[in-house]
Design a protein around this ligand. Sequence first.
Ligand code: ACO
Length: 420
Amino acid sequence: MQLTSTQDGKSTDIPAENGVVRGADLARAGLSTYDPGLVNTATVRSAITYIDGDQGILEYRGYPIEQLAGNATHLEVAYLLLYGELPTPDQLAVWNNEINKHRFVHENVRGIIQSYRYDAHPMAKLMSGVASMVTFYPSARDIADPEARERNIVRMLAKIPTIAAWAYRQSIGRHYVYPNDELGYVDNFLAMLFQSQQLVYRADPRVTRALEVLFILHADHEQNCSTNAVRAVASAGNDVYTSVGAGIGALFGPLHGGANEAVLAMLKQIGSPDRVGEFIEGVKAGKARLMGFGHRVYKSYDPRARIIKKACEDVLEATGARNPLLEVARELEKVALEDEYFISRRLYPNVDFYSGLIYEALRFPPEMFTVLFAVPRTAGWCAQWLEGVTDPEQKIMRPRQVYTGHRERSFVPLEGRAGA
Ligand code: ACO
């Protein structure tokens, strides 16, 4: 396939391969693209995650998300994302052990977390805690050294649950719980979050599994807003901590990872299933957004939402927590999926629609919801960071703009300006 550009009577051919035109070929033809939100611009080549938004397909390294969520552990999936293959039993044992060994954080990180106001948002604490790690591991700056890259990825994956749990404990004024070598990744995270007086904290295995599934579903999602932030910061030659810190900042936004917190606030505001119709009318009139609905890529049911909906029902059953908001969510989904406004715009529930209800059933406060997204997404961010910094085609990310401002104005001294 080939495109032809004609300007001032001069024609230039622009090659297109598999429907993709290269920016460099456009530039040679004197053309550029205006693409706010990078809606139709590929910034990288990637072999990590595949999404077919029309069919509702999500695969990590070619494995369907349903199979991974049904069978794997989060650390197995993290290994797959990073190295491209599922680990053998021996490789997994070494990998689990490596991660376990690095779960403790430098004691000064305690001091950093301790210094925040009690009401600081845990995502803000997580972001600065992660960004601070490069001060403890300056070797991470040597991104050309494969060993340094790998060691710091292991540290990143191992320590983020500890920083996240401590960010939470600081808000509630509880002592910090140190990692427990006997517990797996998810169990240990739950213990660091919830252990109180008792010496040994053991989570209900059904709860651990539900969180493990949520971790797998959130582990990667190709070039979303936060991954793009990680890739952009990495493209300037930055280490994994600085890059992941930027990703956490992007995820904090209510249109991205912050949506799960916003969904719960919305469900509480609606209050009961009989008020759903009125709320939907408000959405259609532009007064509110239906949070947890719509996606830039999925134009059909988000496959993660389907798995989460089932996990939500399981967790509510396991914990015996009867949450009336689940009824509101179900009614909201039903009404929206039958409404022409949502049908014509192809808006379906996304990953955030039901996850907040699970987190609430597990007694997490809403401000922790996005943190529970950031911890597992770190696996994907690390894999994407690694792919970016080792890609010989990768250049520093530097988009263009369409300039709309003034040109060539003459400076006016202060006393000569209107109103002076
Ligand atoms: N509620 C109501 N209308 C919506 C919604 C929604 N949730 N989402 C999109 N629309 C409408 C828009 O108003 C627009 O309508 P129009 O054509 O009449 O102007 C149309 O659908 C297209 O929407 P865009 O905003 O252009 O779609 P975009 O791809 O830019 O946005 C996004 C995607 C940000 C996810 C959006 O659907 C949204 O705001 N959803 C709610 C927030 C949310 O759940 N975010 C989590 C996403 S998943 C994740 O990040 C992990």
